[in-house]
Write a protein that binds this ligand. Structure first.
Ligand SMILES: C[S@@+](CC[C@H](N)C(=O)[O-])C[C@H]1O[C@@H](n2cnc3c(N)ncnc32)[C@H](O)[C@@H]1O
Length: 316
């Protein structure tokens, strides 16, 4: 484990220290192309899995440094977006820049930026764009200048609603009342569900927000987020030391393996439609796992990432 991870956590226990410690970074200010690629990946895979792919209402958990995903959703035809975070990472000026760049990428139907994981190239056209789901006709309507002007106006003036559109950034969100029950078509997240403190409560909230037949799409990263040298080294840390590392930070990582997410998703009432797993065998061996994780399955031990899509049943 890296000493600085322990020191950072321990410092949060010192009275008054949290006010002076730097705010946690969501990520390292990814370029607009990152959000473009993430959005294309989620929509292309939703389409590939036969799930709702032209959502009117979208929520994102943990948008991070910009509202790029929400802006992309609105530019592709959604009327309503909620971004829910626990720390305010985004700035209006940055979001305005991302808006102009995303509008340009979508107008040009620019190819997806990089391959990454999971691979969604089989669902793209020859120009590496998901034109089956983001059709030329659909984009020409959704990218109408007056829609873009309206999004620009909302971002510039921090307006949550304007001309029938919603663009809300809720920070922190503390309970499930922040979004109306049965109101969302799509909820997504990228590299967030490994950070939430209580995964069961979070999946239950998402179930509550989704309309019957609504879908969710998440990529979850089970790696140690640079807290340790080995990708799964966090699972060697005993509870007492882990509690110091977490300290009073707004979030760290929850360490829950894929099977715990799978159980929480199905217990909340969802049907899992697709679960793609990425495996690694170069981490710490079972013999080095902390007592708490010793009995974990080989699948959990070696699973470094998951891309999961699930549906709230129509007859819910
Ligand atoms: C690794 S960053 C990912 C940000 C963004 N999705 C991206 O791909 O760049 C994790 C994000 O999850 C947020 N987060 C942590 N706990 C959360 C929670 N319980 N609910 C919503 N967001 C949360 C963090 O504040 C941060 O914005």
């Amino acid at each position: 484990m890296k000493i600085r991870s322990v020191v950072k956590g321990a410092l949060t226990f010192v009275p008054g220290m949290q006010r002076v410690l730097p705010k946690p970074h969501a990520s390292k200010n990814p370029p607009t192309a990152y959000y473009y690629g993430v959005w294309l990946k989620h929509v292309a895979l939703l389409h590939a899995n036969g799930l709702h792919h032209s959502p009117k209402s979208v929520a994102e958990l943990g948008p991070g440094d910009s509202l790029g995903i929400g802006i992309a959703a609105l530019l592709c035809g959604a009327q309503c977006f909620y971004g829910l975070d626990v720390v305010a990472h985004t700035e209006p000026a940055h979001n305005l820049k991302v808006l102009e760049e995303l509008a340009d990428l979508l107008r040009r139907r620019a190819p997806r930026p990089s391959k990454g994981w999971p691979d969604f190239d089989p669902y793209l056209d020859d120009g590496k764009f998901p034109s089956e789901v983001l059709t030329a006709a659909g984009l020409s309507a959704s990218l109408a200048p007056q829609r873009i002007d309206n999004i620009r106006k909302m971002l510039a003036n921090s307006l949550e609603t304007s001309e029938g559109m919603t663009l809300a950034y809720q920070v922190p969100w503390n309970n499930s009342d922040v979004i109306k029950e049965n109101s969302m078509d799509l909820i997504l997240s990228q590299a967030v569900l490994e950070h939430v403190t209580d995964i069961s409560q979070t999946y239950q909230a998402m179930y509550q927000w989704l309309a019957p037949g609504g879908v969710m799409s998440h990529q979850i990263d089970f790696r140690s987020h640079d807290l340790t040298k080995e990708w799964n080294g966090h699972r060697a840390i005993p509870d007492w030391l882990w509690n110091i590392m977490v300290g009073k930070r707004a979030y760290l990582i929850n360490c829950e393996p894929w099977s715990a997410h799978q159980a929480a998703i199905t217990n909340a009432g969802f049907e899992i439609v697709c679960a793609m797993q990425q495996y690694r065998t170069d981490g710490i061996p079972r013999s080095r796992l902390a007592q708490k994780w010793r009995a974990m399955t080989d699948d959990d031990l070696n699973c470094s990432e998951v891309f999961v899509q699930a549906r709230k049943p129509l007859a819910a």
